[in-house]
Design a protein around this ligand. Sequence first.
Ligand code: MEV
Length: 323
Amino acid sequence: MAKAFAPGKCILFGEHAVVFGHPAVAVAIDQGVTASVTESSNWTLEGNRFEPSRHPHIEHIIHNVFQYEGPPLKIDIESNLFSAAGMGSSAALSNALAAALHLHINPDSKLDQVKLAKMAHSAEAFAQKGRASPTDSSTSALGGCVVVSGDRVPGTIHVFDTSLNTPEGNREWTINTVSIPSSLNDAFLVIGFTGDTSPTGKMVAKVAKLISNNPEMISEMESISKITTAGLTALSVGNLDGLGLAMDACHQRLRNLEVSTPKLDRMVEAAKPHSLGSKLTGAGGGGCMVSLTNDPTRVAEAIEISGGTPLITRLGTEGVRAL
Ligand code: MEV
């Protein structure tokens, strides 16, 4: 049996704006997806018959990417991420499955994180009608703190470039990493799930429509981009207060883009007294918010009281790995 784990992600800055080529900053989190594959007499997923049309990421990885023509596989997936909630569960699934399949086909080889990031991005694009930034897929593959942008980002380590043909035109991104300073070791993220799932593709399409109907709203994307740059500078030098302030500012801009919800806003407000900064994270429209804090237990309690389900993580864990 071949088995691999890939972490979920939390976007600190730049969601939605990154689809338009602006920078986004994301960190890998403790929680993620474990995938295992083993040869079998028929195709199964979690003990049931595998139905490709219901699992486009899995179908794309197995048949389009690997062009696998071997014996049927028994596929098992375990996840401790909330799915369709902005935690990068589908990208983590793609990475974990591609890693497990790679190890199944080439048992003695090492995992290539960049190759896996590219495969997972193509699976995201396949499943999201051509609209997907490489943020989730590359953060889950590379781990740590990842900066995805249309242009080179000063002060970051360049890892690879990638592009995608989207319904809005060709998009190009550079994928970069940033070392997380040791002063951030005492900080935690508390992610709060609203309980409402929200498919990324739908939210990305909603923002695309908002911008096309109100072209002046593109300035919100530019504001998010400036906040992202300020937040990234704060993160790079270990300035927790600055990082938190930028998160608060980013939430306001995401509200202007109409991707927040009353429940997300309520949870963000509840977490504020014990946090350095709080915002929705990921696509919005439900899904999750995140708080940066030195007191994760208090924040988790506040999130729970306001109706959310909390999950505590460190910032920037290791990327996809064999188990
Ligand atoms: C989803 O986690 C983040 C978005 O920016 C979409 C994407 O980057 O593909 C909303």
